[in-house]
Each structure stands twice: as structure tokens, then as C-alpha cells.
Design a protein around this ligand. Structure first.
Ligand SMILES: *[C@@H]1O[C@H](CO)[C@@H](O)[C@H](O)[C@H]1NC(C)=O
Ligand SMILES: *[C@@H]1O[C@H](CO)[C@@H](O)[C@H](O)[C@H]1NC(C)=O
Ligand SMILES: *[C@@H]1O[C@H](CO)[C@@H](O)[C@H](O)[C@H]1NC(C)=O
Length: 628
């Protein structure tokens, strides 16, 4: 019980998407600063209400363009397939502001001795807000300004308020692009920390999501992005630090601790390959201690192993949490993907039904622990978040064999290939990865019943598969990617992913609704996938990829201006195709649009991309297009 209480207090923050995530992620161990947004920040009337150049040029603290801001980590990481989710905005009403300032009495004092007068502000003749007047200046409460103008800000330190129009950050791509290089700036994305990712399964090593169905399902886009983000992280990090613990070659058997006299551990030959592996025989009950390998290494927190069982065996990791508590992560034969038992401090990951076959496990244990706790504990902000500190022991149960037991600083390449292999295994006869949940873009107007395909899913899969092919030259990956082209030449109404704008321009649909939705970011992701494929494919596959890509690029260059609102971008063109209210891209998606156009500029130097992205960057700082 002590354990569960500790977890309750501590763990939630971790998942809070902001600081804890960063901490777990980068093993920083630094202090968590609270991000309280003070309500005393006041804005000058003429900067707010005048649509004058001085407003546009208002100076504010410059935000780094290529750094992860803890305030925005969530938005960043959520951006790729966050469709349909509303961001929670911590909006405080003007009333709440009044109550607070009154309660605080003299909270508002000014260095000079100038009198501050309470006045009322009439807002567009519709409502009144309590304001302050000092000399000739009028101040509106931030709690009013923030939601009213959809702007952001917080106290940077005691004396500086950091104001910004947008709450997301541009991540410029690398200078070169191709199927061997980093996909956009995906090293910044961590699919695992998204709240809706239930876990990374032990059976296939890919994420399972609960976004549109709480039971959990694989979302091809998410699986592909998981692969692309780990591919990108590998390019940034280089080869990981590794420590080989056991491969049946060296005489390391004495390191294993036996629970009893009946248990055995030996070097054996794998019946198929003849390779030397380690055979273990002990009880398969988790009530027993199992055969254990104590770990002295402290900094390597990822585990990989090849393991095969002939009984209901299991492999377990005993770890230490940041508060000194023990946690046990058991990889067991079960169809349940993940389960948590707080009483014993145990997290179970299901291997599926894979007895008597070699299973390759590559686990980033900090995320296994994080997702384990999330099964029962709700996230909330706490002072000392709990995180996975180190591996103490590895245990095996049952009768089986293991090889290549390794600790490492990361397992990015294993994670990347898990994604690529999943895509190979789960492609259907139409060359697609069907999505088995209902998608309601606009209820009753733009809906997709289960079994739909996404051009974005097809394209992102191509980007993964083109990279896997580039690394291995294994044609299975290439052939799978080429088959994924077929749905690009089938109309949405026929179950494909192609729409036609005004009956003329080919448009590959992230959500192939009828009427079409023309989602911009999904379309560009599909173009990048087609580009990757046309560079690695040969023969007919190459020609087809080129044709579809060229046609899509023509459409994009013709249509990109349709998405420009003059102060931001539209997420899609539903207001044109379905005659309904326009859907402005929130800042996350606006920066995604920018990141994507910046990436396209690396492979296509059309002027339209340059002039467009220049304007779009300005919108992030409150600029607007000229008016008449
Ligand atoms: C901010 O104000 C607090 C309370 O007055 C003070 O303890 C702290 O040192 C100040 N920090 C800075 C950076 O000035
Ligand atoms: C494994 O467990 C299942 C279910 O508990 C049981 O039916 C089966 O007999 C066990 N198999 C072995 C080889 O122990
Ligand atoms: C262990 O790793 C080696 C090198 O990657 C590989 O050839 C071998 O097949 C692996 N062992 C098993 C049992 O998969």
C-alpha cells in the first residue's frame, strides 16, 4: 500500500506532458518550476485596441525557434494527429480576476507614486470588464485579454511577462532531404508521451491508441510516426552505448542467481540456427523468484533481448524508481497488452500467443513504467514526479532460451524497425492499412465508417518503408511501399484516398470523406511519402510514384493560397466543399503547415512556397496581411 500511495502522489505529474515528460525523456533531474500564469500582467490599451503598426511591432521576448519549450511540449508532441481533440485552455474569467485582485488588496502597486484608478471598460458595447487607469494609460486584465484575443503569456521571471501570439514553435528541417535522411524535424516528437497512447505493445513493439475508441487500436499514422521519430532520434544520437550481458558465447553463466536446486541454466545450441544461446529451466510461476541476473550498471535504461519459451515462461525487469521504490515489469504470455497491479508494484505486458518462437524485445523501460502507471492513475501535477531510475535485476521464469541480452542507452533502431515490420505485416490486399474506427470530422456531414484508408497513413508508411529499404536493401520493404500506391488512384467514393478539387486537381485525403475535406497537413505528408518512394523505387513503381507525386505537387502549388486566412491558415477546406463554418488551424497545425512547407522547399524551389511560408511565419508573431 505504501507503494501505491507513493505512486499516486508522484507519478501523475510525470505524465503531465510538460516538465515530467521532458525529465523522463532527457534524464535531466533538475528542478520542476511551476508555470503559474500571474494575473497581474497588464497590457496597454493602445497596443491592444488599435490595429495600428505599433501593435504589430510590439516587442516581446523572442521565442527560440528550435528548442523545446516545456510550456509547449504537449502541443508539439500532439500535433501530428491530434485531430478532433480540443486543447484545454486554462482560461480565467474576468470575474475570477476581480475576486483575486480584491482579495489581495494591495497586490497592485506601482513603483511610481502615480494613482491607479478603477474604471470600467466597455467591450464592443456587449459587456463590461474592470480595468485600471494610470495617468493617460488604460490597462485591461490579462485574464480578459488572453481568451478574448486568443493570445498567450506567462511571467518569465519576477519582472518580465512573456507575451506571444502563438503557442507553438517552428522546427526547421535539415538542409537536405531524402529517404535516408531525417523526416522533417521528427527528432522532436515523442509518440510515447501522448496521453492517448495506451502503451507500446510487447507483442509487436508499436503504439496502440485510444483516441477514437477507448478499447485501443493501432492507428497506422501513429505507428508510422513512431518509426519516423525514432529514425530521426537515431540520426541525432548516433549509435547507443551498449552493454552485452549474455549471448551464450562468453562464460557469463556464473553471474545468474539460482532460486533453488532444481533450476538450471546452461549454454545450448538453437535447434534451428545452431547458434549458441542460453537455456534456462525453472518454475514458470511468478510467485517464485526465477533465475535472476543482478545488474550493477546504472545509466543504461533500455533493454533488448531475443527470447523463446516452451512453457508459460516470462521475462521480468526489476527496477528502481526515483523515490527508491521497486517496480517489476513482466513480459508474459497474454493477449492483454498492459495491466497494472499496484499492490505488488507490477506492470504486465502481453507477448500475445508466441510460445516456441523467437521474440525480439526492445524496451524503453521509462515509458513502459509511465504507461503502466497510467492504467490506473490519473495525471496531475505534483512536486516530485516519479520516474524510472535504473534496472536492478533481470529475471526469467519457465523453460526457454535467450540470446543477445543487452542494456543500452536507447533502442531507436529497434523501434524504427518494429514500425516498418508492423507495416509489412498488416498491409491488406488493396495495399492499404485500414483504420477500424469511425472517424467523425464533422458529425453527420463528414464521417467515415470503420475500414477507411488515409492518404496520410499511406504516405507516412511509405516514408518509413523507404527508410527501412535504404538501410537494409530488403525488397520486402520496397514492395510493400509500392503496393501502397494503388489507393492513390482510387477515388474517395470508391474507398480510395483521391479527391479532386473542383473536379480537376488531384488531392490525397487524410480523411477521404464525401464531400471532400481537403485537409492540408495530411496531404503534404502524403506528398513527402510519395517523394521518398519515387527516389528508392524502380521500374513501374517509380513511374507511378512520380506521376502521383507530380500531380499532387501541381495541386498544392495551385491551391496553397486557399488555406491562407490573412492571419493564419485553414486546417481544411470544409467551408468550400461542405459549405459549413471554416476550420482555422490552431497554432500547432499552423506551425505544422510551416514546417512542412519548409521541408518541401528543400526539394522544390518554387517561389510560391517561399512567399507563402514567409507570410505564415509572420502570422505567428501577430502580423496580418494588408487590407484594402
Ligand atoms: C522573485 O521574487 C521572489 C519573492 O519576492 C524572490 O524570493 C526571488 O528571489 C525573486 N527572483 C528573482 C529571479 O528575482
Ligand atoms: C499455459 O497456461 C495456459 C492458461 O493458463 C494453460 O492452459 C496451459 O496448459 C499452460 N501451458 C503450459 C505449457 O504450461
Ligand atoms: C542475436 O544477434 C545476432 C546478431 O544480430 C543475430 O544474428 C542472432 O540471430 C540473434 N539471436 C537470436 C536468437 O535471434
Amino acid at each position: 500500500m505504501r507503494f501505491s500511495r507513493a505512486v499516486h502522489l508522484v507519478m501523475m505529474v510525470g505524465l503531465l506532458s510538460s516538465l515530467l515528460t521532458i525529465c523522463l525523456w532527457s534524464t535531466c533531474g533538475g528542478k520542476i518550476s511551476t508555470l503559474d500564469e500571474r494575473k497581474i500582467a497588464l497590457y496597454k490599451r493602445n497596443e491592444l485596441l488599435d490595429n495600428s503598426p505599433s501593435f504589430v511591432r510590439t516587442e516581446y521576448h523572442k521565442r527560440g525557434t528550435n528548442s523545446i519549450d516545456p510550456n509547449n511540449a504537449k502541443d508539439e508532441e500532439e500535433e501530428e494527429e491530434a485531430d478532433g481533440e480540443e486543447e484545454e485552455e486554462d482560461e480565467e474569467t474576468a470575474e475570477a480576476y476581480d475576486a483575486k485582485t480584491q482579495a489581495k488588496g494591495k497586490a497592485l502597486t506601482f513603483a511610481s507614486e502615480v494613482a491607479v484608478k478603477d474604471i470600467a471598460c466597455k467591450i464592443n458595447g456587449e459587456k463590461r470588464v474592470n480595468c485600471k487607469k494610470m495617468k493617460d494609460e488604460v490597462y485591461l486584465p490579462w485574464s480578459f485579454v488572453k481568451p478574448y484575443f486568443e493570445v498567450f503569456g506567462d511571467m518569465q521571471d519576477n519582472d518580465t511577462f512573456d507575451f506571444h501570439h502563438a503557442n507553438s514553435i517552428v522546427h526547421p528541417p535539415q538542409a537536405t532531404y531524402g529517404p535516408g535522411s531525417m523526416f522533417m524535424a521528427f527528432d522532436h516528437y515523442t509518440v510515447e508521451t501522448r496521453d492517448r497512447v495506451k502503451c507500446i505493445t510487447a507483442s509487436e513493439g508499436v503504439p496502440i491508441t485510444t483516441q477514437w475508441n477507448s478499447k485501443g487500436y493501432h492507428y497506422p499514422i501513429q505507428v508510422a510516426q513512431y518509426g519516423l521519430s525514432h529514425h530521426a532520434k537515431h540520426l541525432v544520437n548516433g549509435e547507443p552505448d551498449q552493454l552485452l550481458l549474455e549471448d551464450g558465447e562468453d562464460d557469463k553463466l556464473p553471474n545468474w542467481v539460482m532460486p533453488d536446486k532444481k533450476s538450471e541454466i546452461n549454454v545450448a545450441k538453437d535447434s534451428k540456427t545452431g547458434a549458441r544461446v542460453v537455456e534456462f529451466i525453472t518454475s514458470d510461476s511468478l510467485q517464485t523468484k526465477g533465475i535472476a541476473l543482478p545488474i550493477t550498471e546504472k545509466s543504461l535504461k533500455c533493454l533488448s533481448v531475443d527470447v523463446r519459451f516452451s512453457t508459460n515462461g516470462s521475462l521480468s525487469v526489476v527496477g528502481e524508481l526515483s523515490n527508491g521504490e521497486r517496480i517489476r515489469i513482466h513480459f508474459v504470455f497474454s493477449r492483454t497488452d498492459i495491466a497494472l497491479d499496484l499492490k505488488t508494484g507490477s506492470i504486465y505486458y502481453g507477448l500475445g500467443e508466441r510460445r516456441n518462437e523467437w521474440i525480439h524485445l526492445a524496451r524503453e523501460l521509462k515509458f513502459d513504467v509511465m504507461k503502466g502507471f497510467l492504467q490506473k492513475i490519473k495525471m496531475e501535477r505534483v512536486k516530485n514526479p516519479l520516474w524510472f531510475k535504473r534496472i536492478l535485476e533481470i529475471r526469467v521464469h519457465g523453460h526457454g532460451w535467450l540470446d543477445n541480452l543487452t542494456l543500452s542507452s536507447d533502442v531507436h533502431m529497434d523501434q524504427f524497425f518494429a514500425s516498418a515490420k508492423w507495416l509489412v505485416k498488416h498491409q491488406d490486399e488493396r495495399g492499404g492499412w485500414p483504420i477500424m474506427v469511425t472517424r467523425r470530422l464533422v458529425t453527420g456531414v463528414l464521417e467515415l465508417p470503420p475500414g477507411w484508408y488515409s492518404a496520410m497513413g499511406q504516405g507516412q508508411a511509405m516514408s518509413v518503408l523507404a527508410r527501412a529499404y535504404t538501410l537494409t536493401k530488403d525488397r520486402t520493404y520496397l514492395d510493400t511501399a509500392v503496393r501502397a500506391l494503388r489507393l492513390f488512384e482510387v477515388d474517395s467514393a470508391q474507398g480510395g484516398v483521391r479527391a479532386r478539387f473542383l473536379g480537376k486537381l488531384d488531392w490525397y485525403e487524410e480523411y477521404p470523406t464525401v464531400p471532400s475535406s481537403f485537409v492540408l497537413n495530411g496531404f503534404i505528408y502524403s506528398l513527402l511519402g510519395l517523394y521518398d518512394l519515387k527516389l528508392v523505387a524502380d521500374g513501374e513503381g517509380k513511374e507511378t510514384a512520380e506521376r502521383i507525386y507530380n500531380s499532387g505537387m501541381t495541386s498544392l502549388k495551385t491551391n496553397i493560397g486557399m488555406y491562407d486566412t490573412g492571419q493564419g491558415t485553414f486546417y481544411d477546406l470544409r467551408h468550400i466543399s461542405a459549405g459549413i463554418e471554416p476550420n482555422r488551424a490552431r497554432w500547432d497545425y499552423h506551425t505544422t503547415h510551416i514546417n512542412q512547407v519548409l521541408q518541401l522547399m528543400v526539394i522544390d524551389d518554387s517561389k510560391i512556397f517561399k512567399t507563402t511560408v514567409h507570410r505564415w511565419l509572420g502570422y505567428l508573431k501577430g502580423k496580418r496581411s494588408r487590407h484594402n
